[in-house]
Design a protein around this ligand. Structure first.
Ligand code: FES
Ligand SMILES: [Fe+2]
Length: 338
C-alpha cells in the first residue's frame, strides 16, 4: 500500500517531551519519545508494543544513564536502547545477554515544520523525489517569515476531502462570507494548473474582503498552490496591489482512516503585525466555518473514479479539484478515496 510508504505527520513536536507518548498512524500504534543528546534532542518512533509480552511501551518510562537513553517497558522492566531499540537489560535475569532478535520495532522519523513525521515502510525502490521526504514548506525555514502551527483539528471526513476544500476558491463567498469572500464577488479565476509529480496552480485569483488576520480592506488576491503529497498542500497568497502582507499556509494531514483525519496548518506571514494568538484564532475561526460543510459531504471518501459508481458533477471553476482527483488516482491512493 503506497500510503504506508509515505511520510505522515503524527503529532506536534512540542507534545513529545521526555515521557513517552502514544499515538497511532494508519492503525499502527506508536510510542514516541525524545532523547536528549549532547547536541540537541532526537525523537524516536517505535511500535507501541513490547516484544516480550506485548505490553504498551508508551506506559513505560525513559531512563537516562551512562549507557545513554533507554525506554523501559512498564511490565517487566526490560530496557531498550535508543539507537536500535535493542534490549539491553532484563532485570529478572541480570546476567542474561539478550540476543539481537530481542528488539523493539523502529520506524523512520523526522521533525519538520513543528511536527513529527513518520514513515511506516521504506519503499522498495526510490519514490518520486517529491514523495521521498516529508513535504517541503519553504517559508518555515526562512527566518524572514514567522510561522505558527494551528491545530490539531480532528475531523470526521477523509484527508482527500479536506485537501480538496483547501484547494477550492469557489466556496469562499459562501462558507467564509465577509472573511475570505463575498457572495457578490463570487467569481474566481482558477489559474494555470500544472500536473507533474504533484500539482502546481499559479495565478488563481479571488476577491477577499478580509484576506488576512491583520487586514481590513478588500482586495483581489493571487493564490499559488502546491500539492507535493497526496495529503499535504500549501498556498501562498499575495495581494495584487501594493499590500505589504504576504501569507503562506501549509495544510498537513494525518489520515486516520477512510473517513477520519487530523489536520494541522502551518501559517507563515511576512509583514503581518498580528500576534501568534491572533493568527491562530483567525485560523480556528476560518476552520470552524469549513468544518460543518466538509463533514457534511457524502460520501466522506473522495470520488476519484477508483471504484464507485458514485459520481459528482463539475463546473468550470473545479479544474483544480479535478486535477487533484487525477493526481490521487495516478498515485494509486486508496485511503479516503472511492
Ligand atoms: S512485556 Fe515488556 S518487559 Fe515484559
Ligand atoms: Fe474554507
Amino acid at each position: 500500500m503506497i500510503e504506508q510508504q509515505l511520510w505522515h505527520p503524527v503529532i506536534a513536536s512540542h507534545q513529545v517531551r521526555s515521557d513517552p507518548v502514544a499515538c497511532s498512524l494508519l492503525e499502527q500504534p506508536l510510542v514516541l519519545w525524545r532523547e536528549h543528546t549532547h547536541d540537541g534532542t532526537r525523537v524516536h518512533a517505535w511500535a507501541d508494543r513490547c516484544p516480550h509480552r506485548g505490553a504498551r511501551l508508551s506506559l513505560g518510562r525513559v531512563l537516562i544513564g551512562l549507557h545513554g537513553a533507554r525506554l523501559e517497558c512498564p511490565y517487566h522492566g526490560w530496557q531498550f536502547s535508543a539507537d536500535e531499540g535493542r534490549c539491553q537489560h532484563v532485570p529478572a535475569a541480570p546476567e542474561f545477554v539478550p540476543p539481537a532478535s530481542h528488539h523493539a520495532s523502529l520506524f523512520e522519523v523526522r521533525e519538520q515544520h513543528g511536527l513529527v513525521w513518520v514513515r511506516l515502510q521504506t519503499p522498495p525502490q526510490a519514490m518520486a523525489p517529491d514523495l521521498g521526504d516529508p513535504p517541503a514548506f519553504a517559508q518555515s525555514s526562512d527566518a524572514t517569515w514567522r510561522t505558527v502551527l494551528c491545530g490539531p483539528y480532528e475531523l470526521n471526513t477523509s484527508a482527500p476531502r479536506l485537501v480538496e476544500n483547501f484547494l477550492d476558491l469557489s466556496h469562499f463567498g459562501f462558507v467564509h462570507e465577509g472573511w475570505l469572500g463575498e457572495r457578490g464577488h463570487a467569481q474566481v479565476q482558477t489559474g494555470v494548473v500544472e500536473e507533474g509529480v504533484g500539482l502546481v496552480v499559479r495565478d488563481a485569483r479571488a476577491w477577499q474582503p478580509r484576506a488576512y488576520a491583520g487586514v481590513d480592506g478588500g482586495a483581489w488576491i493571487a493564490y499559488r498552490y502546491d500539492v507535493p503529497h497526496p495529503f499535504a498542500a500549501m498556498l501562498r497568497k499575495d495581494a495584487t496591489q501594493g499590500d505589504p502582507v504576504s501569507n503562506a499556509i501549509a495544510l498537513f494531514i494525518r489520515p486516520d482512516g477512510h473517513e477520519q483525519c487530523t489536520a494541522w496548518f502551518a501559517m507563515a506571514t511576512q509583514g503581518d503585525a498580528s500576534s501568534d494568538q491572533e493568527l491562530i484564532a483567525f485560523q480556528d475561526a476560518v476552520f470552524a466555518q469549513d468544518r460543518p460543510v466538509v463533514e457534511s459531504q457524502s460520501p466522506r471518501a473522495l470520488p476519484v473514479g477508483r471504484t464507485a459508481p458514485i459520481s459528482e458533477v463539475h463546473g468550470p471553476a473545479d479544474r483544480v479539484s479535478s486535477a487533484y482527483r487525477r493526481y490521487l488516482k495516478r498515485l494509486g491512493i486508496a485511503l479516503g478515496t472511492c
